[in-house]
Design a protein around this ligand. Structure first.
Ligand code: NDP
Length: 494
């Protein structure tokens, strides 16, 4: 065969990725289980290919598809994650030979990738799990790519991946992530961070909207997001928010007509499960996932909206004045700072999870590089990621982003605004689960002594004789709390 690379799975992501590969000067062969998507892809290629440097050819059987590929063969799979990937591999592998490479570009559970890599290694077929972010647009014009697996597999495809990835000031948005399922893992956490970032922006929007309506604010909300997008918050999600807030239908904002139930597809949930399993607090990401789940209880919310009380309109006006939020510019500036502080907490949570998994699994991940490849192509792309990259360059093993000297300064500058926003929103009855969780995360990490944990240890010892350690003495202790409570050292028999 003569094709540089093959691609199986021509739904939204695969089709766009195939066109991207052909545009950048490679010969790409494509195949899809049902032939109609292959036809669609060929049609799109014929329409768009005039300035393409490479070629695209469609195939209707797996065998002829594989035969069209140059050896060692490189095949990207972009089908639905889970059993469709296994089904695809079981047909594909019949035609592959030692040294060939399969790359799964779906949102796959990382352990599935490791299982498949082990199974295929007995046949000397290489296997990678590659996170692809950026949705349809990213796939077409340059995504952020997170490939994980054997280093020799990366070496086979790096020239292609470097060209098709999004390009930023410090290079293409792709790097060799690490061994095993680390590429899928990093993509999973990326999605968890994405949930939290979206929720934080949603909460800030709710505050802006509620107060602007109460105060009959004359201006346009989108202008605030547009302005933020020129500052420290500059990011794709802020940018699309300002665009969304300009779309009108019969003079009214379209967003006001959207059913208020947000869905999810599983990567957010995986992130929470993983964090719980590894003992890493990611409360802002959890809050974001919970907020999506809660939103689905629409009927219950409607019914409770008539039963459960908040604060009255007059009291709300007093709160708005006492916070100085009649001045809309001032409100916007406080929200900007609060959002920035919360973002540091939420990205810090995600990075801490990546660090922990890297240690546990011996992946040896480079967090500075991970932050760098998220700067372009992907949904969470943001100016702010440069600062995360710099933080990990200064200290590669940073336990928490909150420890980085520059973020310490940022947090100290913004914490009061976050505090006022969370308290003000709470008084007004506006739900801010992600902002509030970020503030509590910040405040918890700021405590030299967590009194709540002292009491919990006492309670655990009270009802379960779980014992406790002391701040002032070495050793392990137990008290008979319901009697005199004397602290008795427990001697280990060994
Ligand atoms: P879908 O997840 O909707 O998957 C559709 C594709 O899977 C089709 O090509 C379909 O083939 C194939 N397929 C489904 N079941 C089987 C099966 N049993 N055997 C063989 N093929 C099967 O496509 P997307 O393009 O949306 O996503 C592809 C992957 O990329 C997913 O893992 C997704 O999570 C991930 N992803 C998606 C993003 C997005 O924005 N959509 C962003 C980033 C990642 P057929 O046409 O024959 O039904």
């Amino acid at each position: 065969g003569t094709a540089d690379i093959g691609l199986i799975g021509l739904a939204v992501m695969g089709q766009n990725l195939a066109l991207n590969i052909a545009e950048k000067g490679f010969r790409v062969s494509v195949y899809n289980r049902s032939s109609s998507k292959t036809d669609d892809t060929i049609k799109r290629f014929q329409l768009e290919h005039s300035d393409f440097l490479g070629e695209l050819e469609g195939f209707y059987s797996m065998e002829s598809f594989v035969r069209s590929l140059k050896r060692p063969r490189k095949v990207v799979i972009m089908v639905k994650a889970g059993s469709p990937v296994d089904a695809t591999i079981s047909t594909l592998e019949k035609y592959l030979e030692p040294g060939d490479l399969i790359i799964d570009g779906g949102n796959e559970w990382y352990e599935n990738t490791q299982r498949r890599a082990d199974a295929l290694s007995s046949k000397n077929v290489l296997y990678m799990g590659m996170g692809v972010s950026g949705g349809e647009e990213g796939a077409r014009h340059g995504p952020s790519l997170m490939p994980g697996g054997p280093l020799e597999a990366w070496n086979l495809v790096k020239d292609i991946l470097n060209k098709i990835a999004a390009q930023v000031d410090d290079g293409p948005c792709v790097t060799y992530i690490g061994p095993g399922g680390s590429g899928n893992y990093v993509k999973m956490v990326h999605n968890g961070i994405e949930y939290a970032d979206m929720q934080l922006i949603g909460e800030v929007y709710d505050i802006l909207r509620t107060i602007s309506q109460k105060n009959h604010f004359e201006g346009n909300l989108y202008e605030i997001f547009e302005r933020w997008n020129r500052g420290a918050l500059q990011s794709f999600l802020i940018e699309i928010t300002s665009q969304i807030l300009q779309v009108k239908e019969k003079g009214n904002l379209l967003v006001d007509k959207i059913l208020d139930q947000s869905g999810s597809k599983g990567t957010g949930m995986w992130t929470i499960q993983e964090a719980a399993k590894r003992g890493i607090p990611i409360s802002t990401i959890s809050a974001a996932l919970d907020a999506r789940y809660l939103s689905s209880f629409k009927d219950l919310r409607v019914s409770l909206s008539y039963q459960l009380h908040g604060v009255g309109a007059k009291e709300q006006n007093n709160i708005i004045s006492s916070y100085g939020w009649n001045d809309f510019e001032f409100l916007a500036s406080e929200l900007e700072k609060a959002l920035f502080a919360a973002k540091i907490c939420c990205y810090g949570q995600g990075m801490a999870l990546i660090q922990k998994a890297s240690l546990d699994e011996q992946w040896n991940l480079d967090c500075a590089e991970i932050a760098r490849i998220w700067k372009g192509g992907c949904i969470i792309r943001a100016r702010f990621l440069d600062r995360i990259k710099e933080a990990y360059k200064r200290q590669p093993n940073l336990l928490s982003l909150l420890e980085d000297e520059h973020f310490v300064e940022d947090l100290n500058n913004c914490q009061l605004a976050l505090r006022r926003v969370v308290s003000g929103a709470s008084l007004l009855g506006i739900p801010v689960p992600a902002l509030a969780s970020a503030l509590s995360y910040y405040d918890s990490f700021r405590q030299e002594i967590l009194c709540s944990s002292q009491l919990i240890q006492a309670q655990r010892d009270f009802f379960g004789a779980h014992t406790y350690k002391r701040l002032d003495k070495e050793g392990v202790f137990h008290s008979k709390w319901s009697e005199d409570g004397t602290s008795i050292p427990i001697h280990n028999s060994s």
